[in-house]
Design a protein around this ligand. Structure first.
Ligand SMILES: Nc1ncnc2c1ncn2[C@@H]1O[C@H](COP(=O)(O)OP(=O)(O)OP(=O)(O)O)[C@@H](O)[C@H]1O
Length: 272
């Protein structure tokens, strides 16, 4: 199990995600609605990928299918060549809403998955304290979720997923409920942790700036039904900090993606 301290020995050989012809239909008021249509994509081990698109295009549905929370209507998903049929410890999930267990302390929340896996107590303590330290929550380890700010709760949620060493970290708009200042700090913190542990990250957002700041690759989605409209490489230098937001390459990419999404949104509103 990798700790943040193992950063020099970190692997990046796991976490290869392949989606082949994924279609998803839901039943709504007696009708079948197709939400995703023949999605094909590959995300390489250790890559930071964002799914970006207008509200309702099916971003969370893709994430939920990779997590194994919903079954494809047709098509397949593979993680490291193994077909996804159920949730599994190889995939960690961070939700938009803070999802810590309210009756457990910060330490106990982060420890929870390790306990279920039967990791011995001394190893659990070492791992959890290491992660708590790295995200500045060690002194809050005995606090309950209601005693933490939103940003602190999301830091705890992220390390709760990462402490189990998932090869893929699935994040569904994890910073959407935070104020702008905290959100930017959380993005930088996430990149620091990711660069040490290098899980594959699949991050859902409808914030273009957030996607460009974080990603190696952005899948821009269109909708009715949801599909992949563009696959964009982001080759901005790393490590990335706030200065990066003002660089000409950053501004240019933002603009390019803004135009793509605008076209799609106008189409959906039948305004073009
Ligand atoms: N379990 C479900 N049953 C019926 N319809 C669903 C279900 N889950 C999602 N949908 C519908 O599928 C469509 C895509 O939803 P999804 O949440 O994946 O989109 P999204 O791009 O993540 O949206 P947002 O950015 O607003 O979160 C929406 O129209 C939604 O109402």
């Amino acid at each position: 199990m990798a700790t943040l301290a193992d950063k020099n020995s970190v692997r990046s050989l796991k976490g290869f995600v392949e989606i082949e012809n994924l279609s998803v239909c839901f039943k709504r008021k007696g009708h079948t609605v197709q939400v995703l249509d023949s999605i094909n994509l590959q995300i390489h081990p250790g890559e930071f990928a964002c799914l970006l698109g207008p509200s309702g295009c099916g971003k969370s549905t893709i994430l939920n299918a990779i997590a194994g929370f919903i079954k494809p209507t047709s098509g397949c998903i593979f993680v490291d060549k193994k077909q996804v049929t159920t949730p599994g410890a190889d995939r960690g999930f961070v939700f938009q809403q803070y999802s810590l267990l309210p009756w457990k302390t910060t330490f106990e929340n982060v420890e929870f998955g390790l306990k279920i896996q039967g990791v011995p107590k001394s190893k659990r303590q070492e791992l959890v304290n290491d992660f708590l330290n790295q995200v500045g929550l060690y002194k809050h380890r005995h606090s309950y979720p209601h005693q933490l700010s939103g940003g602190m709760q999301q830091r705890a949620s992220i390390i709760r997923a990462l402490v189990n060493s998932p090869s893929v970290l699935l994040m569904d708009e994890p910073f959407a409920a935070l104020d702008a200042q905290t959100r930017q700090m959380m993005r930088e913190l996430l990149l620091t942790i990711w660069s040490h542990l290098k899980p594959t990250v699949i991050f859902v957002t409808h914030d273009i700036e957030e996607a460009v700041f974080l990603s190696d690759r952005i899948f821009v989605m269109g909708f009715h039904p949801g599909n992949i409209k563009a696959n964009i490489d982001v080759s901005l230098e790393r490590p990335r900090h706030t200065d990066c937001l003002l660089s000409p390459e950053f501004v240019k990419l933002n603009r390019q993606i803004f135009e793509l999404i605008r076209e799609e949104t106008l189409k959906s509103m039948e305004l073009n």
